[in-house]
Each structure stands twice: as structure tokens, then as C-alpha cells.
Write a protein that binds this ligand. Sequence first.
Ligand SMILES: Cc1ncc(COP(=O)(O)O)c(C=O)c1O
Length: 369
Amino acid sequence: MPFSAQALLRPHIDALQPYTPIQPFDVLSKRLGLPADQIVKLDANENPYGPLPAVAQALAEHPWYHIYPDPQHEALRDALAGFAGVPAANILPTHGADEMLDLLCRLFLTNGDRVINCPPTFGMYSFDAELVGAVAHDIPRKAQFATDVSAIEQAVNDDSASACKMVFVTSPNNPTGNWLPDDELKSILQLPVLVVLDEAYVEFADKPSRANWVSRHENLVVLRTFSKAAGIAGLRLGYGICPDWLMQVLWKFKQPYNVNVAASVAGIASLKHASQIRSVVKLLVDERGRLFDALQNVPYLNPYPSEANFILCDVTASIGAHGVKLALEKQGILVRYYNKPGLADCIRISVGRPEQTDRLLQALHALEI
Ligand SMILES: Cc1ncc(COP(=O)(O)O)c(C=O)c1O
């Protein structure tokens, strides 16, 4: 047999399903044949207000792009400590919250290990676990998308299965928008696993972050991001809030320059003006309320209440959720569509600016269903 480099790949790689990413403006603009400024992009829970003006200024003025970043991210961690209300020593900035998920999976999981995933939820948990050869053990959500805590307890304690090492929980959850109550999180934290609480959307909820629980629970990691409330998804900046013992390991394990200088400059400038981030969040939360009320008046949509910057809707139209998505897309309005177990015939709409809501509503009402 001739030598094949491909045959050297790890055996589980063949079976991996690729992650389906969202397309950015330039790609969409080409595909839809529309100028970017005519596209209403409500498909990826991005913040339509974008970076604060101070961020653009700080990026323009920064003098040292030719110098490597600080591997310890000291200035950013100090700023984050004030914002998140936890010690800088427990914060690790990352290339988006996604990098933290990847780091955790590579640190803890090996072939055949199980992680608990609670679909419908963010697809990266099972994706990253499967990348390293672990198995995502799905515990589907109950009515109204509540987390099934007793089924999680049973699955973790199932001695007949392979080791269960991590539970991924999300609050507010994507794409359902619901909150994980304190008592349920406390029960999950009693289990002998690492609990990864993803708070990517917490700024939009009317309840407090659980970041400061990390000091009381040595098996809790909380993930946060600048992609949503702070409006810099394209710069890729997130952070994990981790117990002391895990920070020691992460300092050894992460790439030294995992956060680039532009992301760090933008993060620090955003946090200097945190009150402006809160004002933008308030605009989006108010608009979420208006959008929710208006969606209730669209005869073929049933919106679910949301604590995040998006609203999930059941679609009862004869053309189905996919048909609605395609009809909107023809008009340059992008929403996310789902049709899978636990999420049959649904669309998820990110909260936009008021004028974007208006265009969406006009298009929804004009659809011939
Ligand atoms: C629940 C959840 N966690 C994490 C992320 C990714 O965050 P980041 O952009 O910081 O990688 C997303 C992005 O949509 C998300 O929905």
C-alpha cells in the first residue's frame, strides 16, 4: 500500500459533522445581490449598534500593533474585574467565549468521555466535545425549555456509562431565551462534574450574573463575552471566570497570545464606558419588548418570552419556518431557522434597531401564507 498521510488522522475525525457558521455582511451581500446597508441581519444575535465610539477611537490611536500582546492580559483583566465584580486573578480573557469552550474540552476530555448537553441549546458545546473524541449525552429540555435537572442527575450518576465530566448550562439559553433558576443551578453544582455556565446573554436579563458564585464552587466556570452587549463580535473577545486551581492550569495550557492587541484595546475601551454599554442594552431590552408584542400579532407566529437579545417563535404557517426564512431572505431580512427534534418549525429573530423591527414586521405581515 502506498503511504497516505490522510490515514494518519485521528479515527473519530471522519465522523465529525462540521459546524454551520453564520455568514458576514460581505458574503451575504454577494449571495443576495444586495448592498450591505440594505440587509437587515437578525440571524446571529449580534448587536446592531456595534462598538462604542470610544472603541473606534482607541483602535485608531493605539500605537503598538507591531508588538505582541501581553500574555497575562493584565490591563484587560483589571478592567474586567471591576465590570464583572470578581477578582482579576479568576478571569481569563479568550478569543471569544468559544475559545474558552475549546480550552475546557481539550483540558478535560478524552476519547469516549461524556458531557451533558441540554438541547435545544448553543451548538458549540457538543461540537467542541466531539472534536476531542468525547460524546455529547443529550438531556432534552422539558416544557417551556426548562432544564431537566433530575435527568441530568441520573445521567451523571449512571455507572454503566463512560465517565461524565462536564455539564454545559446556558442562562439565558440560546435559542430559547429562558433563564436557569438559582435552585436548579445549585442542584447541578452538587454533582461530581465541572459545570460550565454560559452567560453570553446575561447583560440582557433582569437577573444578576452568577459570576461571583465561582468563589464558592470549585467546580464552576462562568463564560461571558463582548460579542453581544458590547457589540464587538467581529473582534472575538470573551472571558472565563474560573476557580483558582483551574486558573493555574489554564495559564500553562492556553496559547500565550490568544487575545490579539485590537481585541484587548477594544475591550478596555468598552469597559471604560460601561455605562454606555448599559444604555445600549437598555435600548435593546426595550426593543425586545416592542418586538415581542408585535410578533404576538402576527397570526402564524407564537413567540416565546426571552431574557436575551433574540426571540424564538413557533411558526404555524403552511410554508413552515423554512419557507418564512426564505421569503424574508428574498427581501434582505435574515433570521435563523430550525427544524429538528425539540425545535420543530421555529425561527429565531435577533433584536435589532427600531427601523429594522419595522422592516421585519412589514415583511411578516405582507407574506402571503
Ligand atoms: C450561548 C452562546 N455562548 C457563546 C457564544 C459565542 O460567543 P463568542 O462570540 O464570544 O465566541 C454564543 C454566540 O452566539 C452563544 O450564543
